[in-house]
Design a protein around this ligand. Structure first.
Ligand SMILES: [Zn+2]
Ligand SMILES: [Zn+2]
Length: 324
């Protein structure tokens, strides 16, 4: 199946961004390694310090369980649902499963499904060129200053400050034609701010046996989960277009970042993904674990998913960088 469907039209070959922001962070350099370590450790250390301060007061294993359930559950709504099913049509499902994933992804509060898909298809169309809504490279200047500006824009600056239109009519006409998807899209806040918060609250009440326990569930499964999951998605746009390794020739700066795999459910095999956007599996290498693909495999085995797009080794070989 060609990668060119769902509006991801071919664009002219552009010169690789050999110069520019990345020049300050060559792969494997000390700056590259230090940035990788800082980005992953600092937020986790801060969260760890906060968690230890409030341990038993406002946090115990029950709260961590609620955090894990909501993080992995809603996260799969984004990676399996919004991304692989709706954006790239990596597999097909019946209407009930489509609605289930549209609601599950909406509960992550990353925006209504049709808008999310439009921005992401736009990203693939212009990938690291002008028009890409969240490239860390296009139009941020050179040197360390340009690199940091680009990373901030790609990570969350574009969400907060960009006025770029999602152009849904152009990039997601197929989803707009689906009345069920349109309904979930229009009622986004009911799922994101409503059901998505009610579930951790309810789990908190059930596990702690009190209303205060419900508020603890809301804190860890609502607020902390949302912050962590947003940063997980943001890091695909920033870190996975800046640090890490390229396996395939994709004419952009997409990269595979192995240490983000557990936090991103396998989405950080991002260079593989840009090489074969419709592939249901992003971890194309032999030892590249891809948790989202495990979910899709389970759906396929139970008959809930079908026509799963797989890329043959021969097709993969045509784009391998070492083959050039
Ligand atoms: Zn990308
Ligand atoms: Zn994608």
């Amino acid at each position: 199946m060609p990668e060119g469907r769902v509006g991801l039209q071919e664009r002219p070959r552009a010169p690789r961004a050999a110069e520019g922001p990345r020049a300050a962070f060559e792969i494997g350099s000390t700056a590259d390694k230090a940035a990788n370590i800082l980005v992953i450790t600092v937020p986790l250390i801060l969260l760890g310090v906060f968690a230890s301060q409030v341990w038993n007061e406002a946090l115990d294993w029950r709260d961590l369980l609620i955090l894990a359930i909501t993080y992995f559950g809603y996260g799969a709504g984004i990676t399996v649902g919004f991304h692989r099913l709706f954006t790239h049509r990596s597999f097909k499902t019946g209407p009930a499963t489509r609605v289930f994933f549209a609601i599950l992804g909406s509960m992550a509060l990353e925006g209504p499904v049709i808008e999310w898909v439009s921005y992401h298809r736009k990203h693939h169309t212009f990938s690291d060129q002008e028009g890409d809504p969240h490239s860390p490279h296009a139009g941020h200047g050179d040197g360390l200053r340009g690199a940091l500006r680009g990373l901030f824009h790609a990570h969350c600056g574009w969400v907060m400050f960009s006025e770029e239109d999602s152009e849904e009519e152009r990039y997601a006409r197929d989803l707009r034609a689906d009345p069920l998807l349109r309904f979930v899209d229009r009622t986004f806040l009911i799922w994101g701010a409503g059901l998505g918060m009610l579930i951790p609250f309810g789990l908190g009440v059930a596990l702690h046996g009190s209303l205060v326990g419900g508020l603890r569930g809301l804190l860890w499964g609502g607020v902390v989960r949302m912050i962590l999951l947003h940063h997980s998605t943001f890091s695909i746009n920033s870190i996975c277009h800046f640090f890490g390794r390229q396996r395939f020739d994709t004419h952009d700066e997409s990269r595979n970042v192995w240490w983000l795999v557990p936090f991103t459910f396998g989405e950080s095999w991002h260079n593989n993904h840009h090489a074969f956007p419709t592939s249901a599996r992003h971890g194309l290498g032999r030892y590249q674990f891809d948790p989202s693909m495990v979910v899709i495999r389970l759906l396929e085995m139970t008959g809930l998913a079908y026509d799963v797009v797989r890329i043959s080794p021969e097709r993969q070989a045509t784009k391998l960088l070492e083959a050039r």
